[in-house]
Design a protein around this ligand. Sequence first.
Ligand code: FPP
Length: 244
Amino acid sequence: MQSNSRLHVGIIMDGNGRWAERRGLPRAAGHRAGATTVRRIVEVASGLGIGTLTLYAFSSDNWQRPLPEVSALLQLFRRDLLDESARLAAADVSLEVVGRRDRLPAPLRATVEDAERVTERARGLRLRVAIDYSGRDAIRRAAVRLAATGAADIDLDGFGRLVAEVDHGRGPVEPVDVLIRTGGDQRLSDFLLWEAAYAELFFRRELWPDFRPGDLAEVLHEFRTRERRFGGVAPTHLTVIKNA
Ligand code: FPP
């Protein structure tokens, strides 16, 4: 059983395209429906015991998608950040966008910075949205930064801080407890490779626009029944060993 400390949950929000295609709609309509699911999930996250929620909105490999889809996604991020940041602040949600900033269009970059400023005093849910994000590239850039300091070595916590820093996070982040992927596929797709070293994985069949707060509650309920050993042994086994 898990303790009551607040959880870090990461979500790979997959299935928007298929959701739209099944309805004969353009893929962008699937992303808009996905944004509605984001709002629903953010609203309930804190009440379900989540302290940090990291959402995979746009991977560095997503630049390879057709230009109209990329443009639709970037516009959607900007519009949602403009529309939602005051509401997020009022709900005590702090927003951080993690990932590379240098390839984002300047208006989106400015909107991200504004939304982060507006919500920076919030102390409730820490909402991290990953845009132009690559877990491997974050680790690579942290290694480059370490080499530039001239240090020969660093401990895991220190290196983790570098991984957070290179992606503009608001300071270090707790390890991921729960990693959810919707849409039926079972892979990590370069998401939170450092932070999710001991995450419990949940692969869901629902397409992201169909994922509901009740589905999240179900995942968290199952998570709380799982025994996490972090490479150690279960306490019950320890008793057996002590008595042997
Ligand atoms: C993957 O589904 C989803 C994305 C690449 C975009 C995720 C974006 C949102 C949910 C929009 C809202 C986000 C915010 C933060 C406002 P896919 O397109 O790969 O789906 P498919 O596998 O069915 O093709």
